[in-house]
Design a protein around this ligand. Structure first.
Ligand code: PHE
Length: 468
């Protein structure tokens, strides 16, 4: 049936479902691929502190604003601004969010594809080098067998291989589309509910393993002992961008997820859970990866690319696989497979939310049925993805334009909208449904100050100081 009314847009089955889906959106490559390296290369614990400050003082208030806009309007980011105000400008802010979502998704699937490919690389590497298998072969045909396994592993390792990148990114995108076609509660909610607990379990087990190895201690101290001399404008800008990206803010992902939220749910509380889950997992990922990096060094693996510490691509896609190979045997393989599956799961719960934004836009604004919208939009983005797969240098450009600049800019405009167009008092009225007596709380005094003054000023200052 073409033509969608608000009742068949879908909704979450439970508050836990919303929190896990939103946390799933937040927890992704940003937490496990980008954050730990930024901490390691840009000032260790000093970066961590500034990051936490950005998350709680800027990110959290904006998250509350986004979810509230979504629930009030029951619409995608473009429709939401249209529904709440008569402004001609703000729907364009929603559209900018949709564009950022599309462009971020196009490179995100390529990086996610690398991670997914490496899970198999670890298996092929094991099959190529296992002594047990070699003994079983009894020498006959081992050489050529091992060489072909090694060939498969090497193929998967090559992040510059456009053809390989395109194939795996396509698999990843098709999986994402499939989940989105099943709808909000049967697709997104069900998938994230299954994946999030698995993700947390894996990360905890891996931390325990790494911290028990001699050689990991240096990483722990770099991660946890701050060197305040490292704090400068560049670090603060980077930490703020990272906070926006990691919390999925500034492009309407949480407006969209909020639009499926029941009136009886408490928005500030749900946002607090999501923020804590995101920060908690970023913190754990740092505690896993920074020590693992120094563990790799203690095993003789070079962690300094060109004199400085490795970039995130090197760290996750070169140093860690080298570490797993050095550990070797079935333990090395298991660690490797588990780590890259962890990364793939985290990425999938994020690509779902990135695709849901443009899909909900097409469903609401052009009255297209969900299945059709998901395939049309998903395959359209796949074309961009495949281009990125062949020209991985685009990743840096897209990331800079649409995440580092695009998301804080979107967040800034969302603050202006809630603070000065819709008005924070109206937003508090919307929150009141699931939070009786909110206007008598300290939150209702403090949050408006952040949305009207502190967040927009901090974001603007950072954006400008980045350019001069
Ligand atoms: N938060 C995700 C991550 O950390 C990325 C993302 C950004 C997802 C914006 C949705 C919207 O990987």
């Amino acid at each position: 049936m073409a033509g969608t009314t608000t009742t068949d847009r879908g909704s979450w089955n439970s508050k836990l479902g919303f929190v896990l889906a939103a946390a799933g959106s937040a927890v992704g490559l940003g937490n496990i691929w980008a954050f730990p390296t930024k901490v390691a290369t840009e000032g260790g614990a000093a970066y961590l502190l500034i990051y936490l400050l950005c998350t709680f003082a800027i990110g959290f208030p904006v998250m509350v604003a986004e979810i509230t806009i979504g629930r009030k309007s029951g619409k995608n980011p473009v429709g939401a601004f249209k529904a709440i105000s008569s402004s001609k400008f703000f729907p364009l802010v929603g559209l900018w969010g949709v564009i950022c979502g599309v462009m971020i998704l196009s490179f995100y699937t390529v990086v996610a594809g690398w991670a997914f490919g490496f899970a198999f690389e670890e298996i092929f590497y094991f099959l190529a080098s296992s002594e047990l298998l070699q003994n079983l072969f009894g020498g006959i045909g081992w050489e050529s067998y091992s060489a072909s396994m090694k060939g498969a592993a090497d193929w998967l390792t090559d992040t510059g291989n456009g053809f390989k990148n395109a194939i795996i990114a396509t698999v990843f995108m098709l999986g994402t589309i499939k989940i989105i076609t099943a709808g909000v509660s049967d697709g997104i909610e069900r998938a994230t509910k299954a994946m999030m607990p698995l993700l947390i379990g894996i990360i905890v087990v891996m931390i325990i393993y790494v911290l028990l190895q001699p050689g990991s201690a240096e990483g722990v101290s770099i991660y946890l002992l701050p060197d305040f001399s490292k704090i400068n404008a560049g670090l603060i800008f980077s930490a703020m961008g990272q906070a926006f990206f990691s919390l999925s803010l500034g492009m309407g992902a949480l407006i969209t997820y909020g639009s499926y939220l029941n009136k009886k749910e408490n928005i500030p509380q749900a946002a607090a859970f999501v923020t804590l889950a995101d920060v908690g997992i970023a913190f754990l990922a740092g505690l896993l990866i920074v020590p693992a990096m120094y563990l790799a060094q203690s095993q003789g693996i070079n962690i300094n690319a060109g004199g400085s510490l490795a970039s995130s691509t090197d760290l996750v896609f070169q140093i860690l696989p080298a570490l797993f190979h050095t550990i070797g045997g079935s333990v090395g393989m298991l660690l490797g497979v588990t780590f890259f599956l962890l990364l793939s799961i985290a990425a999938l719960t994020s690509t779902i939310s990135l695709l849901e934004v443009p899909v909900s836009y097409v469903i609401d604004e052009f009255e297209v049925q969900r299945k059709k919208a998901a395939w049309m939009v998903g395959l359209g983005i796949l074309v961009v993805s495949i281009t990125v797969a062949f020209f991985p240098a685009l990743i840096g450009w897209f990331d800079y334009l649409f995440s580092t600049i695009g998301l804080p800019l979107g967040g800034f405009l969302i603050c202006l909208f809630v603070g000065y167009v819709w008005k924070t008092d109206q937003a508090l009225n919307e929150m009141e449904y699931g939070f009786a007596g909110i206007k008598q709380t300290l939150f209702s005094k403090v949050w408006p100050v952040f949305i009207k003054y502190i967040c927009p000023a901090a974001i603007l200052y950072n954006l400008i100081s980045n350019f001069i």
